[in-house]
Design a protein around this ligand. Structure first.
Ligand SMILES: Cc1cc2nc3c(=O)[nH]c(=O)nc-3n(C[C@H](O)[C@H](O)[C@H](O)COP(=O)(O)O)c2cc1C
Length: 176
C-alpha cells in the first residue's frame, strides 16, 4: 500500500463489527506514533488504552452525543493526553505564545501517525472530541498534570464510509 492509498483507506468509521484488537496491534500503533516529531523531543503525549470489556463499557459511557452508539462493538478506546506545563516551556516559562498549545500540536501529530498506521494494518478508527474529560480522568485515574485530548476508537469496519469532500487547494493554501 502506498501512503496515498493508506490515507484514502482511512475514514472515520462509526459502525464496528465486534472483532477484537490485540494488545500487540495496539502496541504497534503507539510505537509508530512515537516516530512523530515533537517540540524539543519532549514527547509529552500519553495514551490510556482501554480494551477489557468491563472498562470499555464504562469508558464508552464517558463519551457524549451519539458517540456511545458509534463505538458499540469497537475493539478498544485510546484516551489521549499530554503532560502540560512541560511542553513548550523551559524552566516553567512558555517558550513563545504557543505555550501548552504545542502539547496539543504534538499530540495531534502523533495521533495522525497512529491513525495512518492503523489504516495500514487494516484497523479502523474514529477520533472523538465530544467526550467528558472529567469522567474519563476519574474512571482511568489519569493524573492531573495531563490534559486530556481526543479518544480514538479502534476496531474493524462493518462497511466502507464515504470520503467527505475536501476544500479546494486555493482556499487553504497560498504560495509566495
Ligand atoms: C479533533 C477531532 C474530533 C472529532 N470528534 C468527533 C466526534 O466526537 N464524533 C464523530 O463522530 N466524529 C468526530 N470526528 C471525526 C470528523 O468528523 C471527521 O474526521 C471528518 O468529518 C472528516 O471525515 P474523515 O475522517 O472520514 O476524513 C472528529 C475529528 C477530529 C479530528
Amino acid at each position: 500500500m502506498t501512503l496515498d492509498s493508506i490515507a484514502l483507506h482511512r475514514r472515520s468509521i462509526r459502525k464496528y463489527n465486534g472483532q477484537a484488537v490485540s494488545r500487540e496491534e495496539l502496541e504497534a500503533l503507539i510505537r509508530f506514533a512515537q516516530e512523530a516529531p515533537s517540540w524539543k523531543n519532549q514527547q509529552t503525549s500519553r495514551y490510556h488504552i482501554v480494551a477489557s470489556p468491563e472498562v470499555l463499557a464504562a469508558a464508552r459511557q464517558c463519551l457524549r452525543g451519539s458517540n456511545p452508539q458509534k463505538t458499540e462493538n469497537v475493539g478498544a478506546l485510546i484516551v489521549t493526553s499530554f503532560k502540560h506545563d512541560i511542553v513548550g516551556h523551559t524552566h516553567g516559562v512558555p517558550d513563545n505564545e504557543g505555550g501548552n498549545g504545542w502539547g496539543w500540536y504534538d499530540l495531534g501529530l502523533q495521533n495522525a501517525y497512529l491513525l495512518l498506521k492503523a489504516a495500514e494494518q487494516d484497523l479502523d478508527t474514529l477520533v472523538i472530541g465530544i467526550r467528558d474529560a472529567g469522567e474519563l480522568r476519574a474512571l482511568l485515574q489519569i493524573p492531573e498534570d495531563e490534559t486530556i485530548g481526543a479518544v480514538i476508537a479502534v476496531g474493524h469496519r462493518v462497511e466502507d464510509a464515504q470520503r467527505p469532500p475536501r476544500k479546494p487547494l486555493d482556499e487553504i493554501a497560498r504560495f509566495y
